[in-house]
Design a protein around this ligand. Sequence first.
Ligand code: MYA
Length: 188
Amino acid sequence: MTAFFPVPADLDPADRAAAAPAPGQRLPGHGRDCYGCGPDAPHGLHLELFAGDGVAVTARMRVRPRFEGGPGTIHGGVLASAFDEVMGHVPTMCGRFCVTGHLQVDFAAPVPLGVDLYLRATALGVQRRKVFTEAHAWIVEPGPDGIAVEPGASGIPVAAAHGLFVQIDPASHYGAVAAGRRSGAQKS
Ligand SMILES: CCCCCCCCCCCCCC(=O)SCCNC(=O)CCNC(=O)[C@H](O)C(C)(C)COP(=O)(O)OP(=O)(O)OC[C@H]1O[C@@H](n2cnc3c(N)ncnc32)[C@H](O)[C@@H]1OP(=O)(O)O
């Protein structure tokens, strides 16, 4: 399920930050209006993110009708966004703020609307400011309380992804974006 992705052979290990949330703890997310994880984003994915073991991050997402691409199935760009979000949180487990430099998705099976997806992302390693990640997504059966649980052996694998995230200084990165917007670019 994995296509070509140039992961350097000489990566350094990605170490879990001492301040990283404990495994199973809900992650705060990027902000209430974040398209991926924000609870107030009206058209967002509403991913729920959790710290995993090591530098892993897990997430669950209900595949809502508004995510439709082909009839009755998720749009590939929505699934790519979900991978971007869950992999984008991996660097925070190493104490780094990063943005996506490269994102690659392998789609293995159609995902019907209405199911719950479980995603798990982890770091392959780091090189200077770069954090290399991989992730997988499974369809899971709802548990007794109607909430998707970790798939274990019963999950149906549907997609995999790789990402390259580049460490930034949030103040200068987003400050430069804001300055550009003030100088003429319009937010639609
Ligand atoms: C207060 C907290 C707020 C929250 C903060 C976090 C929010 C996060 C929200 C996340 C939301 C979800 C996630 C989102 O949606 S993030 C939104 C989508 N992503 C972006 O908007 C990023 C746009 N790109 C950039 O800003 C710059 O290009 C960056 C910052 C990425 C690099 O420009 P910069 O000038 O800084 O660095 P550099 O060019 O010297 O590159 C550095 C190294 O990286 C390597 N490289 C770069 N690109 C690629 C590539 N495509 N393939 C392979 N390699 C690449 C490069 O070769 C070099 O390697 P090396 O020479 O070391 O070997």
